[in-house]
Design a protein around this ligand. Structure first.
Ligand SMILES: Nc1ncnc2c1ncn2[C@@H]1O[C@H](COP(=O)(O)OP(=O)(O)OP(=O)(O)O)[C@@H](O)[C@H]1O
Ligand SMILES: [Mg+2]
Length: 284
């Protein structure tokens, strides 16, 4: 228990056994330098957990450098990761260190690793194995002490079977594998998360909302959440912003459309509610 108090894991919200389990995994994994592969659908908390691992590691005072591997074209990604020497290519007017150098003694977070091209996978494997690389256009080997965390929302088993992801890299990355479940498989956490986001956004927006009505909670609990926790966070922000300035209870009609579509029309909405819904739907 004493150790856990120092872990600063308050930002991870969850109920009972799931929270226990994830805290235990983070507390075991954080002190090591082992590579961790975080898997899970979009919005399930992969980056949140990666940051928690870094924040609880001996590297916490050093950089946490994120790289969105899917966001950059191949050549740009290569120069972002490994840097370049002056004159390495047209436009390389000066020398530039890459993210691996910037993360030296800290942590690098390779997001959407499943989108990395095969030739960059080879380069990454070398950094993982030998902890050294050359800048583009350079001949000098640069040694770095970097802890690698990677994330994917793709099924890498399938990518390996299809020859799109190197098996050796896959095994090297998943020394520790953490699977973040979709929100529809942890429905018991929806109310806790929703209350957490309500408190966050009511402060940000200066609203008086004190709690979520039973009907609104029922709507939240029965929705499928394809966008997972990020979608829930956005839905609560939407509801808080759209709520009447004086409202103290978050009602279902403040929620954005997708989850309201599945609602049973048990009570006929008042004229005021109908108008309000129409207003919400125009902007949703
Ligand atoms: N257990 C949790 N408790 C509180 N907030 C959470 C939790 N999990 C995720 N979040 C919040 O949900 C949002 C999405 O989380 P995050 O960015 O970590 O997801 P992700 O898995 O990296 O998504 P993507 O694959 O789309 O990049 C963030 O704002 C994060 O703070
Ligand atoms: Mg992410």
């Amino acid at each position: 228990m004493r150790r856990r108090r120092g872990l600063r894991l308050n930002s991870i919200i969850g109920d009972g056994s799931w929270k226990e389990e994830i805290i235990q995994v983070i507390s075991r994994v954080a002190p090591s330098r082992a590579t961790v592969l975080l898997c899970g659908e979009s919005g399930t908390g992969k980056e949140l957990v990666a940051r928690a691992i870094h924040a609880n590691s001996p590297r916490r005072g050093q950089a946490f450098v994120g790289v969105a591997c899917a966001a950059l074209p191949r050549d740009l990604l290569e120069s972002e990761l490994f840097g370049y020497e002056k004159g390495a290519f047209t436009g390389a007017v000066g020398q530039k260190p890459g993210r691996f150098e910037l993360a030296d003694r800290g942590t690098i977070f390779l997001d959407e690793i499943g989108d990395l091209s095969l030739d960059l996978q080879v380069k990454l494997l070398r950094v993982l194995q030998e902890r050294e690389f050359e800048r583009i256009g350079g001949t000098r080997s640069i040694k770095v002490d970097v802890r690698v965390l990677a994330a994917t929302n793709r099924n890498l088993d399938v990518a390996v079977a299809q020859g799109r992801f190197r098996e050796d890299l896959y095994y090297r990355l998943r020394v520790i594998e953490i699977h973040l479940p979709p929100l529809r498989e942890r429905r018991e956490d929806i109310s806790l998360l929703a209350e957490h986001f309500l408190n966050k956004f009511k402060r940000e927006n200066g609203k008086h909302l004190r709690h979520i009505s039973t009907a609104a909670m029922r709507t939240l609990s029965s929705y499928s959440w394809p966008g997972n926790i990020r979608e829930l966070e956005n839905a609560i922000e939407h509801a808080v912003v759209m709520a009447d300035p004086e409202a103290t209870v978050l009602e279902p009609e403040f929620l954005p459309l997708p989850m309201n579509k599945g609602r049973k029309r048990s009570a006929s909405p008042s004229q005021k509610q109908r108008k309000r819904r129409a207003g919400v739907s125009e902007k949703a």
